[in-house]
Design a protein around this ligand. Sequence first.
Ligand SMILES: Cc1cc2nc3c(=O)[nH]c(=O)nc-3n(C[C@H](O)[C@H](O)[C@H](O)COP(=O)(O)OP(=O)(O)OC[C@H]3O[C@@H](n4cnc5c(N)ncnc54)[C@H](O)[C@@H]3O)c2cc1C
Length: 398
Amino acid sequence: MDLIAYLIDHAERGVPAEQVPCVQKLSTAFACPYEYITSIGWAVRNDHHIPSDIVLGQYGQSEAEQKFTYFQRKYPTLNWLMTETYELLPNYYGKQTYFIRKALAYRSPVVAGNGWFAVGNTAGFTNPLISPGMNAGIETAFLAATLTGEVLDVPGSQREEVMMLRAAKYQSWTHDYMMSCLQQMNRYWYNMFRDHRLFEALVPCFWATGVGAVEDIQFQRDSEFTSADLGWVVGSGLDRFQEFAKVILNILEPPVEGSTLTDEIIAQIQNLSQECLLERASQFPANKWGSYLRKYDNQLQRVPGKRQRYDGGSWFATHCVECNIWIHDKIIVCPVCGTRQSTGAEEPVQVCGPLRPRRVALPRLSSGVFFIFALSAPAIMVLVSVILERAGLRYKLL
Ligand SMILES: Cc1cc2nc3c(=O)[nH]c(=O)nc-3n(C[C@H](O)[C@H](O)[C@H](O)COP(=O)(O)OP(=O)(O)OC[C@H]3O[C@@H](n4cnc5c(N)ncnc54)[C@H](O)[C@@H]3O)c2cc1C
């Protein structure tokens, strides 16, 4: 039996996760060596132009290497991270160390038909910012699986007819609704990067109307994915976010390159932001934003001098006590090294730790395999939105 068959067999037999041998043991047993690496790329806005007086040749050989290194060196923190905390793995996947992609964003015009549904990235791609890809991918997979079940439930003679009805439903939800919502969210983010004051005003509104638009932002962590979650779309699918984003985009778009934002426009956005946050705080008083954010209170108001989270935050990710890999905080046995965790996690665990040189290896990300430094400031143009360029590198943490 090979490794894949072995794991599928365990899943079929309902073996609890903690009883499945850890990665290290599986690797030895099945002679499958592995190492954790991280792929790193910059996702650059398509309205960014490298200044004409910059000689890219000084940054490397290929276009991808030159552009990657240009952005790395431009920002001292990036440069520090790349030089002090990572070891470059040349030609890791073949002959190329650096590569570049253009025009990543797309929406497949047809996403379902007789006998098939396109899920995940095959349906479309907006950007890698705030993780819509995997979340939306799960939503499409969930919907496709549900609809497939409905098709299989009817007698064979009716299947084609039902399939086409379900395909139309899927097409409408995925193509018309989900991708539109994500695209609107993309524009919302894209516009806020035009000025740091917009960024400060609009990010909390996204949290308040999208991501955490529930009585308690904890609500989702223990529940199963259900059809109700299909309306979330990483926050972009919620009515209040869509309404708010529409108002904001009516003011800020079109973001003509080089156009200057006036202080009046920014003040208008700041006022709308305040109204939105106060409205949401009164609607959802139980939210504990201040327990998750170091500088904000529970109403998502910035508190001068606040540098620590309030007590009471409940996290969903932690490090393995032995190998330090990120794991879900409810995991009993580390899936990588097999070490039993101290559950109940009275120890504070962090969703995001401070940046520091690390000697542990991070897990390789999904097949997306790109680790994006989300440097969310307008002055830093390596942020993601409509993507034109991407340079990817394989690195190992030192
Ligand atoms: C730079 C970047 C950063 C991202 N960051 C995030 C993030 O932080 N959070 C998040 O949620 N999402 C992120 N995403 C998006 C996320 O990676 C994707 O949405 C997600 O991986 C899509 O999953 P998928 O299974 O649909 O497609 P993929 O992960 O692309 O899987 C498709 C697989 O099919 C294989 N394949 C292709 N053609 C063939 C063939 N002919 N035969 C056999 N196999 C084939 C590919 O090799 C690949 O392994 C990011 C994406 C990019 C590009």
